[in-house]
Design a protein. Structure first.
Length: 536
């Protein structure tokens, strides 16, 4: 294959005071025409910084210190900003990780696609609209005439990512950079986006630089692989070479951290239930306005299940299945329309505000985004001790317990005097676990608690949760869209679709002999493995 992009000896310097001098240090590689090159590594490895350098999107005080990036006969790094601007979106397109952040919430989808043509002086206004409709059709969005008039908040996560792909393809670029485009998506939507990228790449003959931390994705789409660590390339080869015969210890560690393809058969839990959910229902209604009809969505439709003391129950399903709404309804962050939530014989839905405040001590949540759930202006000591103090625990005792909890979740006790921004994502999630434990709960609800973490950090947090759950005999409701994680952690698993519970049972039974077609489709969509081929 002929290189369409050649990077040689690139180094990207960090501002003074950073923990190291370079984000990327003297890396060299080629991106060939018509291939998909996966760049793999943990947060801080420099993979996204490399992509941003190519696009001219580096943060302030971060710059390319040396090196070249030759594309179409020119060194991108030596071009003036006016020339770089012409390349962006035209010859080099980019798909960002978080489409809601990348899209303008105040502009319609069609306007954001046609803006690409306008910025590069392509086509007449009427032609731009027709081109936008054609792109919307190409990326598989339903009802193009409706989508082109929609705002980002009116689309699902997968639909927003397809809109971003349409924008990136608008001018038929030679290179497509995809920066973690499937990380936040559920398993079936992820599979659809990966298939879409592969199809479009083959149709247009583009070179694709695909940035990810998921080796399942690598196995699904990569032709070649680069593994990065601390700004350096530690391994480079074809997908089969890297996946089947990794040479570097770091690559082997990343592969080892992936949840295994086996489905364990845990001993059945025979303890009495700590939680019983009976016929829970919740419908969200949005009021109509000018030209907008009233809309109702049934998020929970007659869901019933129980969790035994010391048991881990997984709740799996796609986005919009209702699994997170169930978790929030249990602790009454969302008020259910009907149904019972019996916690040790007490119906949470029948409690007054004052009674609920006391009862909530017994059921705690670990949220998906630990940074958003921590007060950035308060030290960690405050985050861990605030709940117990509100419940009447003496301040000195609450502070001492907070420091003990930090050690339990394997953080230094000195972390108590630091602020949330001073920690990594994995460390913040450990703090979230410590905060949930601070109330000595009977039940912990973990809502996508590891979905945003690198694979190695994810493995560490899962191991910690498993260890704490066994050691403290905790009951855990683990909400996830990652079937492999559910298989490794849970005793039983419940599968949700469109607000209904379609299947529930021991994890081995549900995963190896699924009864529902929907369960089989979820298992078949897991990327990069044939782990349950026989069951599907």
């Amino acid at each position: 294959m002929e290189p369409v992009l050649s990077i040689r000896d690139m180094a990207i310097s960090l501002p003074p005071g950073a923990d190291r001098d370079f984000a990327v240090q003297d890396i060299s590689f080629d991106l060939n025409a018509g291939e998909i090159l996966c760049v793999v590594g943990e947060s801080g490895s420099g993979k996204s910084m490399t992509a941003n350098a190519l696009m001219g999107l580096l943060p302030d005080q971060v710059e390319v210190a040396r090196g070249t990036a030759h594309f179409e006969g020119r060194d991108i790094m030596a071009l003036p900003e006016s020339e770089r601007r012409k390349l962006r979106g035209d010859r080099i397109g980019m798909i960002f990780q978080e489409p809601m952040t990348a899209l303008n919430p105040l502009m319609r989808i069609g306007d954001q696609i046609t803006e690409v043509f306008e910025a590069h002086n392509r086509h007449s206004p009427s032609e731009r609209r027709e081109k936008a409709l054609a792109l919307i059709r190409e990326v598989g969005l339903p009802d193009p005439d409706k989508i082109i008039r929609a705002y980002p908040f009116q689309l699902s996560g997968g639909q927003r990512q397809r809109a971003i792909i349409a924008m990136a393809l608008a001018l038929d670029p030679a290179i497509l950079i995809a920066d973690e485009p499937t990380t936040a998506l559920d398993v079936t939507t992820q599979a659809q986006i990966l298939d879409l990228i592969k199809t479009i790449q083959q149709r247009h003959g583009m070179a694709v630089m695909f940035i990810t931390h998921d080796f399942g994705v690598v196995a699904e789409i990569a032709d070649r692989v680069i593994v990065m660590r601390y700004g350096e390339i530690v391994e480079h080869g074809t997908a089969s070479e890297v996946l089947e015969n990794p040479q570097h210890a770091y690559t082997r560690a990343l592969l080892k951290a992936i949840p295994t393809d086996s489905v364990p058969t845990p001993d059945p839990v025979t303890a009495p239930p700590v939680l019983e959910v009976r016929n829970l229902r919740k419908t969200f209604v949005t009021s109509g306005g000018f030209f907008r009809p009233t809309r109702s969505v049934t998020a929970i439709d007659g869901v019933s299940f129980s969790i035994a003391r010391g048991e881990v129950l997984g709740i799996v399903g796609e986005s919009g299945s209702g699994k997170s709404t169930v978790g929030r309804a249990i602790v009454r962050l969302v008020e259910a329309d009907s149904g019972e939530v019996i916690l040790d014989g007490q119906d949470m839905n029948a409690l007054s505000a004052s009674e609920l405040r006391s009862a909530r001590r017994r059921v705690q949540m670990i949220f998906q985004d630990p940074y958003a759930s921590l007060n950035p202006r308060k030290k960690i000591l405050h985050a861990l001790s605030e709940g117990p103090i509100v419940q009447g625990v003496a301040k000195d005792r609450a502070h001492a317990r907070a420091r003990e909890l930090l050690e339990i979740v394997e953080l230094d006790a000195g972390a108590a005097e630091r602020y949330p921004h001073e920690f990594s994502g994995g460390q913040r999630q450990r703090i979230g676990i410590a905060r949930a434990l601070a109330m000595d709960p009977d039940l912990i609800i973990a809502d996508e608690a590891v979905s945003a973490l690198d694979v190695s950090i994810q493995a560490q947090v899962l191991n910690l949760l498993r260890d704490l759950q066994k050691r403290l005999n905790l009951s855990l409701m683990f909400i996830t869209h990652d079937m492999r994680v559910a298989a490794q952690l849970c005793d039983r698993v419940a599968v949700m679709q469109h607000g209904k519970l379609v299947e529930i049972g021991p994890v081995a039974e549900v995963f190896l002999s699924p009864k529902a077609d929907y369960t089989r489709s979820l298992l078949a969509a897991v990327p990069g493995t044939d782990w349950l081929e026989g069951a599907a």
